[in-house]
Design a protein around this ligand. Structure first.
Ligand SMILES: [Ca+2]
Ligand SMILES: [Ca+2]
Length: 225
């Protein structure tokens, strides 16, 4: 019998015979588990009042679209951060599924998150929320909030996919912008970003579609306005 570890077996030459014998006892030998590596991060979710459950969507999109490899509306929840009340501290904004309201967690001076404000109450009768974008849409110096939609629960082209823009009064109170604030857009969204793409000094918005509902894997248009 020759005893070798895995590395030695991989380096063995031809013409040798190895006999591997299992222990007689049924007990599983203890693993030589190395200690977890040191990390610079520490979980303070409970101490910061940021421990909460956000249940996933219950229905399965893949039942109706055999080529769809995953449930796109279960990709979230999505999160965005930004100072929305002029405090100098970033709030945390979370969006969930079609039955989960968009919630705003402000951060107090002690670094703890306050009880969340509900931006809009979810009814379940709309697509799941998609990526969020905090940016100053109207140029008044206060961060506003764009809420997109995601998933394939509704047919392509449904107006229910229209993103919603919420304008901030500068103190963290949001109101839904006028219906013509955003051109008609029915994308199931996977990414959103703001930058001055055309260099005119004004922020522009990139909205990237993830899927075309009912037509997987046909791509959907990507918009920039
Ligand atoms: Ca603004
Ligand atoms: Ca621009």
């Amino acid at each position: 019998m020759a005893e070798r570890n895995d590395a030695n077996v991989r380096r063995s030459s031809s013409g040798q015979k190895y006999t591997i014998t299992e222990p007689a006892s049924d007990e599983t030998p203890a693993k030589d588990t190395p200690p977890p590596p040191a990390t610079q991060f520490k979980d303070i979710s409970d101490a910061a009042n940021f421990a909460f459950a956000m249940p996933p969507e219950s229905s399965r999109e893949t039942k109706t679209q055999g080529l769809q490899p995953m449930d796109t509306k279960r990709v979230g929840p999505y999160m965005a951060m930004g100072d929305v009340d002029g405090s100098g501290r970033d709030a945390v904004i979370i969006s969930g599924g079609s039955s989960e309201s968009v919630r705003i967690f402000h951060v107090d001076r002690a670094g703890k998150l306050t009880a969340p404000e509900v931006l809009e109450t979810a009814t379940g009768a709309a697509p799941a929320n998609g990526p969020l974008l905090v940016f100053d849409a109207d140029g008044d110096g206060a961060n506003d909030l764009l809420v997109t939609t995601a998933g394939t629960s509704y047919p392509a082209g449904s107006p229910l996919y229209q993103p919603r823009l919420f304008l901030n009064d500068g103190h963290g109170t949001f109101r839904l912008a006028a219906s013509d604030a955003i051109p008609p857009l029915t994308s199931s969204v996977g990414a959103v970003a703001a930058a001055d793409f055309n260099r005119d000094g004004l922020l522009d918005v990139f909205i990237g579609a993830r899927v075309l509902p009912g037509n997987i894997p046909w791509p959907h248009a990507v918009r920039c306005s």
